[in-house]
Design a protein around this ligand. Structure first.
Ligand code: ZN
Length: 353
């Protein structure tokens, strides 16, 4: 998802096409069903859900990063008739690989140049092949988070057979749930939809410890770090802090909130914590360079380390790493993508007036 919102037909038109299983709309949009965590082609013959539970996406990647798994009946993430033979071969290979990472060596073994794959997926799906594979790998876990444990039995209709596939996928990506009787700290993971795409919020009983866009490359690493640092188990669900985060984030995107009041849990090294505290003091609507930030924490020569700590921030938007820009004012790299950083800075500039 490179430039939201994606161009889609009217909701009423898409709903009509979907309910009629109109195959002429295949390739134009995809339908996702909140109660099953599954997405389909418009022509899919699986049982039709209630219209209020249907969402629409422009690409399989968008649907997967939003927490939906491809239907096994209509296979909406599989290559269509008009894709090159080598792409069909590649997606079939990625299908079989399921949760395993497809490496550059795998690509070469298939006779495909990684750079070519990257360019093709970027042009046709708005994301690199690596991001596409990550979307496939995480789709089941993200579906569990979006559903929060309430996926209904219509899952049977889509070829998954039972809910267990979703639970297993979550365990593989984010760590197994605790055994019976085991007392562990838990972090609830909830999905929050924003105008810039879906985010995952994580919170234990003390506060929010994670806020990140679902398509961010670092997401899996951040969750691993969190589990280790907090000695916690990650569980799909909500608590008072994730709910408050959702409310405050909606206010932020409406231009009605400049700072966040939700309690935060942000474990890190003493240096990282200094950087994150300094970040938190960059005012709404303002920007700051790595150089300035390094000076502010009394380590003017540690620019590189400041940049690294900035990139390891687990609380996007709340700890405003998007307010760090290049010395020349350019929007240097951002974990969530430079296009998001631009949109956040525009929103703040507009609302700060
Ligand atoms: Zn389907």
């Amino acid at each position: 998802m490179n430039a939201l919102p994606n161009a889609l037909p009217d909701r009423s038109e898409m709903l009509r096409a979907f309910l009629a299983s109109d195959a002429s709309y295949d390739g134009v949009f995809l339908t996702a069903v909140r109660t099953t965590g599954i997405f389909c082609r418009p022509s899919c013959t699986a049982r039709k859900p209630r219209p209020e539970n249907v969402e629409f996406y422009a690409s399989p990647g968008d649907a997967m990063f939003a927490g939906y798994r491809p239907c096994r009946r209509c296979r909406p993430a599989a290559a269509g008739a008009d894709v090159p033979e080598w792409v069909a071969r590649l997606t079939a290979f990625a299908d079989r690989a399921e949760d395993h990472r497809v490496t550059a060596a795998d690509l070469r073994a298939l006779g495909i140049e990684p750079a070519r794959a990257r360019r093709w997926f970027q042009a046709h799906h708005g994301m690199t092949f690596a991001a596409w594979c990550r979307a496939r790998r995480l789709a089941g876990s993200l579906a569990r988070i979006r559903a929060g444990g309430s996926i209904d039995d219509a899952v049977f209709d889509s070829g998954y057979g039972s809910h267990s596939g979703f639970r297993e996928a979550f365990g593989r990506a984010f760590g197994a749930p605790p055994g019976a009787g085991e007392h562990v700290r838990t972090v609830a993971l909830a999905m929050i939809d924003t105008p810039l795409g879906p985010m995952i919020a994580g919170a234990d009983e003390h506060g929010v410890c994670l806020l990140e866009f679902t398509d961010r490359r670092m997401l899996e690493t951040q969750l691993k770090t969190l589990r280790r640092r907090l000695r916690a188990t990650l569980v799909p669900g909500e608590n008072a802090h994730t709910r408050r985060m959702r409310t405050e984030l909606a206010e932020y995107f409406a231009g009605a909130r400049r700072t966040f009041d939700v309690p935060l849990v942000h474990p890190g090294t003493p240096f990282q914590r200094r950087v994150w505290r300094a970040l938190a003091r960059v005012p709404y609507g303002a920007t700051c360079s790595y150089q300035t930030l390094a000076k502010r924490i009394g380590a003017p020569r540690a620019m590189r380390a400041v940049g690294a700590a900035n990139g390891l921030n687990r609380l996007a938007i709340v700890v405003p790493c998007h307010r760090v820009i290049g010395k020349d004012g350019s929007p240097v790299g951002y974990g969530g993508g430079v296009w998001r950083k631009r949109r956040l800075l525009e929103l703040e500039a507009r609302s700060a007036r």
